[in-house]
Design a protein around this ligand. Sequence first.
Ligand code: FEO
Length: 397
Amino acid sequence: MHTIELKKDLYYVGVVDHSLKVFDVAVKTDYGTSYNSYLLKTNDGAVVFEGSKRAFKDEYLNNIRSLTPISEIKYIFVTHTEPDHTGSIEALLDENPDITVVASYAALANLEKILRRPFKKFQMLPGGNLSFGGYTFNFVSGLLLHWPDVMFTYIKELKCLVSCDAFGAHFASDDILLSKEKDKGGYKKALKYYFDNIMGPFASYVLQACDRVSKLEIEMILPGHGCIIDEHVEEQIELYRELARPLVPHADGNKVTIVYASAYGYTKEMALYLASRFKEDGKEIDLFEIDALNYASLKPEIIKSIYGTGTLLLGSPTLVGDAISLFYDILGSFFWTTAQGKKASAFGDYGWSGEAVPHLSDRLKQLHFSVIPGYRVNFKMDETAKEGLEAYYQTLK
Ligand code: FEO
């Protein structure tokens, strides 16, 4: 059982999970995580903010019960509906079906599919509020941080912001409060990793949300995961802006990003030729050669480069009838709005089949890049193939 009084009548009732190694299938969690929930006692009954993952519903409910009977809960505020926060709401409503669920329009629609039962609803509107038990709960849009249904709640009298996954980290802290956390270095690493992987694709929305949040007087940020920010709140918001700014998509027409892999040097020869031609024409080139060993360390720079590039070129040989899988990891890191205004194309050498170029071109189209037909060569370039590469270059300019 893990409850902590954060302010008068406001308690932490979440679950700390030190054992988690992977979140959402793809995100490593070197520092575990927590599913943060909060309980506010009022004279008219209790209010809960956020649920927890279904696997931890018993601990979550016991945390609440240790402070108040579940029959006393009047509202649960849901900031977004990803099941790591909503998986336990079903169990909560099993015990008290009179609880009103407070959430955005989109979140309420999602909850109908998650709960599959009738439930009492109150719809959060951006800029709207709900008053209850002597408290005012103001709703602040957190659109696309990192789901479309996100709505923050600002508890006016306590100067606390319930911030969904924003300002959070997969970081299991038994102390919960940032001011008490001893491993500040680990927390910072976890926060940045979380930002890059979860919030990064929505960086422009992060900046909009930071502007909204900065207008509030905040003493505590209560995120969905990791430490509660109870110190240096302004600095944490500014840190979020700093993390977001380099990832805001824009298309710099003078910049070209070339990412390539090359098993035997043939695709590399193509990549270097294209890079040199762009350079001769005065373009700024970001050139990355990737392989299974260096990819993880190069990925953040590659992602950053693509956010700001005007032209993206992917050079891949064909392996097992497709492009090298690392390219799909790169292209899976973006929300489609990143591609707006950017040109892209694929090139590469191949041996006995050459699917990499058409397959990558298809994926680039799915992401809404302006795709220029690719260029592929069977084994070593001869003079004709070199002329073809120059002709290809002319289409990319
Ligand atoms: Fe922590 Fe978006 O769920």
